[in-house]
Design a protein around this ligand. Sequence first.
Ligand SMILES: Cc1cc2nc3c(=O)[nH]c(=O)nc-3n(C[C@H](O)[C@H](O)[C@H](O)COP(=O)(O)OP(=O)(O)OC[C@H]3O[C@@H](n4cnc5c(N)ncnc54)[C@H](O)[C@@H]3O)c2cc1C
Length: 394
Amino acid sequence: MSCENTFDVVIIGAGAAGMMCALTAGQRGRKVLLLEGSARVGRKILVSGGGRCNFTNLRVGPENYLSGNPHFCKSALMRFSPHDFIQLVERHGIRYHEKTLGQLFCDDKSSQIVHLLLAECTASGVTIRTGCPILGIDKKQVFLVQTESATCTADSLVIATGGLSFPKLGATGFGYAIAGQFGLAVLPREPALVPLTFTSADRQRYQGLSGVSTLANVSIGDTMFMGKILFTHKGLSGPAILQISSYWTPGATLTIDLLPHLHLEDEIIRWQSLRPRAGLRTLISEHLPKRLVCCFLDPHAQARPVNQIDEQGRKAVAGLFHHWQIEPAGTEGYLKAEVTRGGVDTNELSSKTFESRKVPGLYFIGEVLDVTGWLGGFNFQWAWASGHCAGLYV
Ligand SMILES: Cc1cc2nc3c(=O)[nH]c(=O)nc-3n(C[C@H](O)[C@H](O)[C@H](O)COP(=O)(O)OP(=O)(O)OC[C@H]3O[C@@H](n4cnc5c(N)ncnc54)[C@H](O)[C@@H]3O)c2cc1C
């Protein structure tokens, strides 16, 4: 084996987690090869956050992650915090701002984050090969990684190939296949942070609402998110829907409060003395887009003067807007999902080093694992934290 193909560490996948792991291991003096199947590194970073990369969240905690093993993420999130990443961002002179709810975005472009990671990798001597599909992996004394041009060897092999979402950005099921090859369990995977679709009956019913957006409380059981929802021609999207989608399973019903800041029954009573002849549509349209109101109320109810609505009527109208129940038909799938829920079972790994308990030297980091963050910078923070922590041990 030639010296140029002999490494201490081979990392497969030059996304957020893989690059963070590579630069951390490189800083320790390890000889690192980072292999990427696509022609470019960090493609999801480039498109993230609407081109401004929501690179972390100031309020990260284990409660912001879904996992079959909810304790697993705690250690890494503590050892590499949002402030550690912010320090790196500041050291590279990248300007950023808090948009809402602790979400940090670049002021300028996502590509600044990719440049930061590349600069750190270069400074710590990491070799990067892009456009490099992996043909096979074997383990003898060391790992053998076969590419089209060479077979590379390493003591440590890190799988950082991410999830299944956005296949057009290079996503593959490679990490799960490697886990299977080495006998690690992989939990079922589903699209998450994904728009939900209507049944055909609901699609007909709500077709006139495409493009309408409003603030709402969206819940399934005890899990609730407040944020914008957006009616699309296929179903529902917007931040609150994307958040709840990670908790949605087929057959589950969403409860949506379309007027989270209003007590509609009290408001009707207030108008009964203030503007008794006003119609119900006029009242509710002060708080919601008119198209939405007209879709939820039949024409007779829309025109009904508020002083003609008795207690039972008030309760019925309030129920329509505060407790809208909808059973989605499905999701828009991996083509539109920001992340993949499920993945490599973390019970098989050390939460300190990310090394497999069964296969010494084999590591898994980032989204390929069964750790799924909420919308709002939590998934990148997981990629940075898991990549950093594994980078200290590979
Ligand atoms: C449109 C979009 C917007 C997003 N916005 C945000 C955001 O603003 N904030 C946030 O926190 N999260 C965001 N996310 C989620 C975030 O991008 C991911 O959670 C994160 O990138 C996961 O990092 P990772 O390194 O584990 O995987 P990835 O970043 O997906 O990297 C995996 C890498 O492995 C490569 N690869 C895959 N298979 C192979 C193979 N067989 N051989 C070689 N290489 C391979 C891929 O090409 C890719 O470069 C967004 C996701 C999408 C799709």
